[in-house]
Design a protein around this ligand. Structure first.
Ligand code: TPP
Ligand code: MG
Length: 347
């Protein structure tokens, strides 16, 4: 009996009609400052990741490197909704999350190239960076691992009686893991302040959601545990911010965990070594031309006469300068001394 039949491909960025999308909620619109802020932040991630991809191609970055291009609105919208003191944790597609929480692009890029000035002194690489200062708890190569750890961070918040919320990010593939549901159970049982953000980019490595997931509406994955969920257009930074603000307020008021499924898309392969032959070029092009999160902001700024093409070009140039400075640092900073092999390790 064949059990692993491929279902019909679903439309790009599916939006089941039964689900209320956050972009339709009042308060989803951005003012001028917010539009500019979102544009700069998302561009920083986009240009940083493009540069990282180039540097990987030149052999300057080794190991694994998972780019976040296409998904920028998710982390930036959530960042705009959170407040200082709230924590963030994610998997290996993590450069965008680090930049979003204000980590220095130089330190992130230098970690990718394995240099002393990197966030893990050049010894961790793409998937292993942390910043206690920015409340960023990694950076985890193990699929699903951020979920119990993020739940533990939320437990600590409750135990300590602070009112911080932990934003716990994971993918559609990770959402099929057992440890996720053990975490859900504890989080609801103890009413922990954790927002579970499922970044549904429609693929786990080369496997599409429709081939791998019995319940592909991830906002419903908390039903057995009484955890509410909402499905959000993760390509629209305004929708993300609006849903994020509601979810964070829910947690902060002591109501327990909540799930946000972000409908998003990654433009590049799973990692730099993935030629992405499991999907068509047309599929990628369709999302890029119709849903790109950065283009959406640019178009609104122009339509509202809040910016001219020239001003937008200047913003892009300024962001590129920051990224170039980071790559310059990451290629001139020395590698760690060999004696560092024996530091920061458990024996
Ligand atoms: C426990 C574990 N199993 C398998 C892997 C290999 N692996 C790395 S990424 C990945 C797919 C995860 O996909 P998803 O959760 O959708 O995240 P995305 O890569 O799309 O951001 C797999 C299976 C791993 N790193 N850890
Ligand atoms: Mg995925």
């Amino acid at each position: 009996m064949a059990v692993a039949q491929t279902k019909e491909a679903e439309p790009v960025v599916p939006r089941p009609p039964a689900v209320e999308l956050a972009s339709q909620l009042p308060g989803a619109e951005f003012n001028k400052d917010e539009e500019f802020h979102a544009l700069r932040q998302m561009l920083l991630i986009r240009r940083f990741e493009e540069k990282a991809g180039q540097m990987y191609g030149m052999g300057l970055i080794g190991g694994f490197c998972h780019l976040y291009i296409g998904q920028e609105a998710v982390v930036i919208g959530m960042q705009m909704a959170k407040r200082d003191g709230d924590q963030m944790i994610t998997g290996y597609r993590d450069h965008g999350h680090m930049l979003a929480c204000g980590m220095d692009p130089k330190g992130v890029m230098a970690e990718l190239t394995g240099r002393r000035g990197g966030y893990s002194k050049g010894k961790g690489g793409s998937m292993h960076m942390f910043s206690r200062e920015k409340n960023f708890y990694g950076g985890h190569g193990i699929v699903g691992a951020p979920v119990p750890i993020g739940t533990g961070l939320a437990f600590a918040n409750k135990y300590r009686g602070n009112d911080a919320v932990c934003l716990t990010y994971f993918g559609d593939g990770a959402a099929n893991q057992g440890q996720v549901y053990e975490s859900f159970n504890m989080a609801e049982l103890w009413k922990l302040p954790v927002v579970y953000i499922i970044e549904n980019n429609r693929y786990a490595m080369g496997t599409s959601v429709t081939r791998s997931s019995a319940q592909a509406d991830f906002s419903k994955r908390g039903v057995s545990f009484n955890i509410p969920g909402v499905q959000v257009d993760g390509m629209d930074v305004r929708a993300v911010r609006a849903a994020g603000a509601e979810a964070i307020a829910w947690c902060r008021s002591g109501k327990g965990p909540i799930i946000i499924e972000m409908l998003t898309y990654r433009y590049r392969g799973h990692s730099m070594s993935d030629p992405a032959k499991y999907r068509t070029k047309e599929e990628v092009d369709k999302v890029r031309t119709e849903h790109d999160p950065i283009e959406q902001v640019r178009a609104r700024l122009l339509a509202k006469n809040w910016a001219s093409e020239d001003e937008l070009k200047k913003i892009d140039a300024a962001v590129r300068a920051v990224v170039n400075e980071a790559s310059e640092f990451a290629t001139t900073d020395p590698e760690p001394d060999p004696s560092e092999l024996y530091t920061d390790v458990y024996r």
